[in-house]
Write a protein that binds this ligand. Sequence first.
Ligand SMILES: [Zn+2]
Length: 325
Amino acid sequence: MRRLILAVDLGATNLRLGVFDIEKSRFVARAVQRTNVSQGPEAISSQIVEAARHVLGEAKFAIQEIEGVGVVAPGPLDLKRGGIVRSVNIPYDFVPVKEPLEEKLKKPVYFMHDAKASAMAEYMFGAGKTIGTEYLVFITISTGIGGGIVDGGRLVIGVDGNAGEIGCITVDYRGKMRCGCGSYGHWQAYASGAAIPRYVKHLVEEEGLRFEQDSPLVKATQNLASLSADKLYQSARTDPTAMKIVEELATINAAGVANVINAVNPEVVTLGGSIVLNNLDLTIDKIAPRMNNFLRVRAPTLLPTPLGGDIGIYGAVASALSQKT
Ligand SMILES: [Zn+2]
């Protein structure tokens, strides 16, 4: 009999599932669908159960082979109640996850914050394994900015389970940019995918930034009306003003990354998330040299996560393997 983990990466946009073979240390089945966030909080767990039964049935896995279910989701989480609390892109006060899944799948469910689980995945399957370190930080720069810290092979949790909320590190104490959390001057209020259009607007309206007359970015976005982080990074190679903004963002990211490094003294820092993974030359290559200006402790190895876009689903596996007895 095989030893399998059912892995569930519950995102606000996509629901990813995987069946992971513990002995082979690889996925033996995968599935992805859009997350149903429009039909009430209970519909989300029902969708997971249905998708899980489908992926297990299609690949003809016996339910006895499943040793546990690892589930990761964007925070904030209430781990005592086993659900998601008022997450930015999931419009409900509370989404129950652990209890309905345990009830319907009749398996233990190991629930964890997605970015923290990704740090565990990095340790167990990614850079932790290839480089052989027990001291690492994983940072994702995507719609939001988040991360997780592994110190001496253990995830840093904090008294309430909220350690690693690094997107809310202050990079500008006089900051005018408002974070999704309500505070001002936080890292993700400038450099996250959700914030970048607002930040560019701020630079133009409040700080006198001017684009060239034939700016490809201004043309491609109907006078910045449809500006997105993707379009900014895409245009940077042909638009000098877009490049200036990208370099400013690299400095902000370097300050954020360096703050974490100064606090934690890791051996390796890996970066992931769509903004980084789609633009390595404009993100990591520009962050690395700028970072040194802010560092007090030894510079760690900085690299893109070797797990790429799969780090979330590996995180679900890590959630189960690190918590199950
Ligand atoms: Zn914040």
